[in-house]
Design a protein around this ligand. Sequence first.
Ligand code: ADP
Ligand code: MG
Length: 460
Amino acid sequence: MQNFLDRQWSEVLLDLEDSVSAVGLDLWIKKIRPLNIEDDKLIFVVPNVMTRDTILRAYSQPIIEGIYKHFKLENYALILEGEKENYIKEHNLLSTKQNPENLPRAVTNEEQPENPFNPRYTFNNFVIGTTNQIIYAAARSVAEDPGIRFNPLFIYGGVGLGKTHLLHAIGNHAWNFHKGKLKIVYVSCETFANDLIEIFQKGKERGTVEFRRKYRKADILLVDDIQFISNKKAVQEEFFHTFNDLYQAGKQIIVASDRPPKEISELEERLRSRFGSGLVQDIQKPDFETRMMIINKKIELEGYQFDSSVIPILAEKLEKFNIREIEGVLNKLYLFANLHGKMSVDEEITNEVLSKSHELELSVGRVISQDKILDAVCCKFSLKRDELIGRKRNKEFVEPRQICIYLMWKKLNIPLTAISKVFNRDHTTAIHARDKIIDLIKTDEDMKKIVEDLEESIIN
Ligand code: ADP
Ligand code: MG
């Protein structure tokens, strides 16, 4: 029984990663453990009163959804750790022989297609301010009347300003509005990379056929982070044909990018002009008023408690931060307050946390990490992580690997011996890689541009 409960619960936790913040999950939800099933309720043990209250106040809904999906149960109850022994005795738990046939079965949703979009990224949760109202209106319009106006819709703007949120909101809204009848395809940078790898693996012809089958049935095609196709000729080629087919059939195409079409290097001219034929609209950093609204909204969504006097202070001090970073700071503040035994974030906590600005930057991921560099290089060259750090010596792996070593050396301030360990190579290989890229940057314009692009994407 306990195994069954734990196994199903771990499935719920996996699902919750999409709908609950990492802090919420680690600090609260992962602290409870299922103990028993009583009637239609899943009984959990919770370590203390504060966790119990926070869960009940802020995380009931996602937990209920999760246990419905994986346990087929309608509700749950929390008992305190101190009450556990009594509960076990009263319910004769250890001697209960559960007949496996009577256990609720896990529900799978394979038979029925499910809305694949992130439930947190909706129009409702999207705060509209002066910096994003046009794009918001356009996004709503294409979700409700795809293919009519604004086709294609090209959204661009810096990291963490809501592009992915908007694409998912379009997906969610179109899904509900058209009652799941439209085929909505969302592609991210990784999907593109994998598709490209597959085209190569399956041979161009078969790979291409499958690529077409996947994308050309779409009524709405959402493409996130399109800048990553810049140096992928094969994908651009296919994307161009897909684009034309869909466009001519009156289907809606929505594209997000971190820069406008004209600044995406190595983008075929014909694609660039296709993008320009619809609405190209930017999304900017939020102004003060919008930051206030965003902060309030996030607090509400997470079920956090903040003293109201803190909100304008944050909106003022976080001027340079993008929205993802603002969320990071709010999580950190709430965590900090709780660690100090406070239920609400007050000015004292806020000032203390904001004064440690280096730590703050670290906590919101501004500091460049080894992972960030590895991810950026993988994305740029459509490689999987183990291909990048593995031992294969094909040209398509070797050069990205050398670039990666160069970037780590330049950006991380760690010795080459440490870097060579990441790649399981010896020290001299790392020196050779670094020097080769240093030389190439001087003589090869393409290489210079690739490295500059990567440096920029790492800082973002
Ligand atoms: P991008 O794709 O532009 O890098 P995301 O869409 O991933 O950015 O947004 C980063 C975070 O900021 C997400 O958690 C998202 O929900 C939040 N966010 C961005 N814009 C808004 C907004 N206008 N209102 C509420 N949340 C927002
Ligand atoms: Mg994004």
